[in-house]
Write a protein that binds this ligand. Structure first.
Ligand code: MIG
Length: 750
């Protein structure tokens, strides 16, 4: 529906509006699934009343002024979001020569003068906070900062936002929360885009892109969860992972030979550290040639993977998109013959330099190329590799950035680098996912560094090259939470830090802080001190083991959250504000998080600290370690020596747990232990406490490997626990389709 000059509004549902230019309507989206097929039971609007200048759906009303200024109201007449029509307060850029002087001394300065093709300005009310935008540096609340979406590999220490306007990922999506209301905006534009969330002025925020079309979605709802549901209904949700991929993973750039990998595996077992995967970084390749292996250092990866399998450990290997330019290297030869690589303006294959030296870049915008790349994954899976880690897919390049005009031909549709840069990693992840799914058949395990909105459909992600700095440990929490609120649930950071050297204390605190992370991987760079969990002596090893074991104990809870996520898009790690958005104290809580809605984690992220303030939101919380019951909506001080990561369980919860294990073998899991944390103590008879209340919990179980669940091969249980009854556990089967059921289900009252 046209509302003003080149401005159209479609109601996608009665709470999701698409605001776009005329041309945008015909453009294909890289993020929004299959055009606009909504997932997750959202209803498409079939009719809405579009009047002359008041447009309305069942839930929203839009007013357009005679000069095209748009205001969106809810049905009660509350103003949710208004275009800003006042004066701009532009930030002056320095003259180029002064910028240059700054650069000469090593300052990172940005020229702010790039002009957007379009920019949208919205009013700031003053009381709002802004979340989302992927994994930008800094804290949870992005208000007051400005950002750029341009997938960038920058190895400098990633501190706050001022020089890190762009990171590896582009999630042009944010959530605005106010006392009164909440909404989200998703700018579906792959060009370089800018998000000024009140840096230029505190009267307005703005977003815009240097190319492409104006095309954004306005998502309304009552809660942050509603906004995430709406956004992921558009851009998709993460599929169920293989169960083992939720386990602990050990990595280093690089374990340089099969022998070294085996030694790491033996140490993991010797020190009794649960672990499910070891990663092979670039040195397993022959001269960094993608899809090859180094015959000298890794003579028989099939044999290696079998030996590791006997220890319950799987291999994951890295691939890079940059393909070595070398005649006789079959991947290169075939790609040249078939025209699979990106070209320069004159039609010559475009070259730059990456790890293999002179390299060329597959054109992942083409379906043929993605299928080819996907089929190449067979070379790795045939050797027993069980997961593929996609690196350098911004794409990164050593000899200057790829120029704007490198040509990606797609399938007959020519696009320039400036248009597809931000989806290059997204499409590589898709190619990897589709290849693994087609040829391996198990649920693909892909990790990617670069992303665009919607990458959650194909891949997990890590936050790239952090460093072993306390500031980066602190940042890891808001980073993962904002990724989750950007629809990307399966995420983690390099535990212990990638660059620089971890101290024993930092490593333990990092393992503690990450102990519920869906991607739970310790990784570090080539030139750094070793940081496997056993490297710092017995005392520290015991702490590290304790938290890795805690992670394994709660695996069935994590997996249930994965299942929930496939239905709702809700993240696994959630900021406290998602628990109670009417409690302002939660809005900027940067050092605590919830795991689903029942566990609260408040890690220690300060060097030397042995106590910390913990904010407990409303409700009754049970200290996981001491059993103490605490009424929330207040701060408490928690003693937390190095071996204590404060964890609290919401009273009334039932949590599913597994017994101690070294690695995840879904077939062998036959016991489920339900921990019941009753709402209320009713009293005491002799030495026995009596409890009141009852709770219910739904639990999902399947083979944890393949797609059989799509044909109904899964079990869905409902557990009800009545505290007052003897043997108060009641088990109901809501769906019964997986044969290998638990032999034992028991409940313990905590
Ligand atoms: O230019 O493959 O972020 O995790 O270990 C460095 C080597 C390339 C960057 C990745 C990092 C990986 C490293 N890679």
């Amino acid at each position: 529906m046209k509302i003003y000059e080149n401005l159209y509004i479609d109601a996608i549902t009665d709470k999701i509006l698409r605001i776009h230019s005329e041309k945008a309507a015909e453009m294909e989206s890289f993020a929004v699934k299959g055009g606009l097929s909504l997932e997750g039971g959202l209803q498409k609007v079939t009719s809405s009343v579009w009047d002359k200048d008041v447009f309305a759906t069942k839930s929203l009303e839009i007013q357009i002024s005679s000069v095209g200024v748009m205001e969106i109201f809810d049905k009660g007449g509350k103003l949710l979001c208004a275009d800003y029509a006042g004066e701009r307060r532009e930030v002056q850029s320095l003259p180029e020569e002064e910028l240059e002087q700054m650069r000469q001394e090593g300052h990172i300065v940005h020229d702010q003068s790039e002009t957007c093709k379009f920019q949208v300005f919205k009013c700031l009310a003053g009381d709002e906070v802004v979340y989302g935008l992927g994994d930008k540096t800094g804290f949870l609340n992005k208000k007051g900062y400005d950002f750029m979406m341009w997938n960038s590999d920058n190895p400098d220490p990633q501190v706050e936002n001022q020089t890190f306007k762009a990171m590896y990922k582009s999630f042009p999506f944010f959530i605005v929360l106010r006392e009164e209301c909440v909404y989200g905006i998703f700018l579906d534009n792959t060009y370089r885009s800018y998000f000024d969330m009140g840096y230029e002025s505190n009267a307005y925020y703005s977003f815009g892109a240097v190319g492409g079309e104006l095309d954004y979605y306005f998502i309304a709802g009552d809660t942050i969860a509603d906004i995430i549901k709406g956004y992921t209904a558009l851009t998709g949700r993460a599929p169920l992972p293989q169960l083992w991929t939720l386990g602990y993973q050990q990595s280093r750039w690089s374990y340089r030979s099969a022998d070294e990998v085996l030694e790491v595996a033996r140490n993991l077992r010797k020190y009794d550290i649960p672990c499910d995967a070891i990663h092979l970084d670039i040195d397993y390749m022959e001269q960094f040639k993608v899809f090859t292996t180094n015959e000298k250092t890794f003579p028989d990866i099939r044999k290696l993977s079998d030996e590791l399998a006997a220890m319950g450990i799987k291999l994951v290997s890295i691939i890079d998109p940059g393909t070595k330019l070398e005649k006789g290297y079959d991947v290169y030869d075939e790609g040249i013959r078939e025209g699979y690589f990106a070209k320069d303006e004159d039609g010559e294959v475009y070259q730059n330099v990456v790890w293999p030296g002179d390299s060329v870049f597959p054109d992942f915008t083409s379906k043929r190329v993605r299928e080819w790349w996907g089929s190449l994954t067979k070379r790795l899976t045939a050797k027993g590799i069980r997961g593929i880690w996609n690196d350098m897919n911004e794409p990164a390049s050593f000899d200057g950035p790829l120029p704007d005009n490198v040509v990606f031909e797609g399938d007959g549709k020519k696009r320039l680098h400036r248009e597809v840069h931000n989806v290059y990693g997204h499409l590589m992840a898709k190619a990897t996912y589709d290849g693994l799914k087609a040829y391996d058949g198990r649920r693909p395990f892909v990790i990617t560094r670069a992303c665009y909105s919607g990458s959650q459909k194909y891949s997990t992600a890590w936050t790239g090259d952090n460093q072993s700095l306390w500031a980066h440990l602190q940042m890891s929490i808001p980073q993962l939470l904002n990724l989750g609120m950007s629809g990307m649930p399966m995420v983690g950071t390099d535990i212990g830090g990638f660059g620089s050297n971890a101290t024993p204390e930092l490593l333990s605190r990092w393992i503690e802080a990450s102990c519920f992370a869906p991607l739970f991987r310790n990784h570090t760079a080539k030139y750094t001190k070793r940081q496997e969990p056993w490297q710092f002596g017995e005392e520290v090893t015991a702490i590290n083991r304790k938290y890795i074991e805690l992670h394994y104990k709660f695996l069935p809870y994590l997996y249930d959250l994965c299942y929930e996520q496939t239905k709702t898009g809700l993240p696994i790690l959630r900021p406290l504000v998602m628990y109670d958005q009417h409690d302002r104290e939660t809005w900027e809580c940067n050092d605590e998080y919830m795991v689903g809605s029942k566990i609260l984690v408040a890690p220690v992220v300060q060097q030397g600290a042995t106590a910390r303030m913990v904010y407990l939101p409303k409700g009754v919380w049970i200290d996981y370690w001491t059993g103490e019951r605490i009424t929330g909506k207040r701060y408490i001080v928690k003693e937390a020596a190095l071996d204590v990561c404060p964890v609290y369980i919401k009273a009334g919860s039932i949590l599913p747990t597994y017994r101690k294990m070294q690695s995840i073998e879904p077939d062998q899991i036959d016991t489920l232990v339900l921990e019941y944390y009753p709402e209320k103590k009713a009293g005491r008879t002799g030495f026995v406490s009596r409890w009141e209340g009852s709770s219910r919990y739904e639990h999902y179980q399947d083979n944890g490997v393949d797609f059989a669940y799509e044909d109904g091969e899964y079990n869905l249980y409902a557990f009800t626990f009545h505290a007052m009854r003897k043997n108060g556990l009641q088990v109901e089967m809501l769906h019964e389709g997986y044969g290998n059921k638990y032999k034992t289900i028991k409940a313990v009252v905590r």
